[in-house]
Design a binder for this molecule. Sequence first.
Ligand SMILES: C[S@@+](CC[C@H](N)C(=O)[O-])C[C@H]1O[C@@H](n2cnc3c(N)ncnc32)[C@H](O)[C@@H]1O
Length: 394
Amino acid sequence: MPLSPRAVARRAKKYLREHALDIFLVVQPGLENVARDEIIQHFPNAVQEPGGIALHGDLSAVYELNLCSRFGTRVLIRLATFLAQTYPMLYHHTRRVPWEILLGNSQDVDIRVSFSKSRLRNKAHISSVVLDAISARASDVGLSRGDPTEAGPTRIQARLVRDRCTLSLDATGAHLHKRGYRLATGRAPIRETIAAGILAMARSSDYDVLVDPFCGSGTICIEADLLARNVPPGCLRTFSIESSPLFAPGISAHARRAAAAKLAHSHRQRILGFDIDESVVAIARENAGRARTTMVEFHASDAMSIDYSMLKSPRDRGLIVSNLPYGERLSTKSGAEEIFRRFQHRLGETGSGWDFAVVTTSPDALEDTRLAVRDQIRLVNGGLPVTVIFGHVE
Ligand SMILES: C[S@@+](CC[C@H](N)C(=O)[O-])C[C@H]1O[C@@H](n2cnc3c(N)ncnc32)[C@H](O)[C@@H]1O
């Protein structure tokens, strides 16, 4: 007799009563510090580890991280960590995990394998051993292998580092940068999590006016609006944990209500996006509409003809944040450098008093002495190494 859904739910409840979940927020290199600062505010027990942030909590914490983490990539629930120098060891330990309460009556799983400095290195073999062990556990407790679910396969991560294997349940699904508002893009869009990270590093919410002169599909402006109003970045989407038998529907409603209570209504900013390409400006407007921004305007304009002194009053604090046209992805390298040079001169001529954070593949092309650099960091966007230059126009 297979386990009934009620029996699975009972086991899940018991498991959750008896275990704090070992949760890991995956964060891309370069965003660890802003992610840690954000998470610590909600979860004081969180600790930074290579590749992300670890914490203990319950399912509400898992859901809250999915909903509210602005800079993380995905949320994992670590199920077990063990020594796996041989395939029988891998099988034995994997079979001991209570898969039935994680997967219920469907063992429709997608195993993602990664390894470093480990004896087991055949991805296909590792994956099939993990799958066999999950099936064996399912039949141990009277479950059949089950049919595919409507929600699609549950993603399990098997990560081997120095012969230690960690098995994790992916609680997120599509990457967290997929907020749900950006259904269309121009060329070379910036990841939403990176845009948010740069804005947080530049303390964008402290400014009165924020401008992206090369706004493309509007990501930076939209993220600035969501950040300033404390809108949970995941509010337009769902997460894979919601289809686990572990999950109780009240959790998501409660987390969404709590996030809504923390919306910031007081500070109003002007957020302006410009792009030379009208069709891209139309895309930006559509994305902003889906994101329900309240402070963003987009206009078609050439960044080189904007008079930046006209975009704010002398009293206002102004911040320019932009992802400049890249070499390789948007134009030739020398073309990208030329645009960066012309943009610097335009800023130097008309942008006195503005602070800036620009993303470029050509940091060496920074030459205008009116632009004072405060800091530079390196990140990877869409597989391309980029530099973010933070500074002030004298
Ligand atoms: C790297 S993309 C920006 C991508 C954007 N951050 C996003 O997430 O979609 C650079 C943008 O600069 C625009 N562009 C190129 N030259 C320009 C100029 N002189 N003035 C304004 N926009 C320009 C391009 O049309 C393109 O959309």
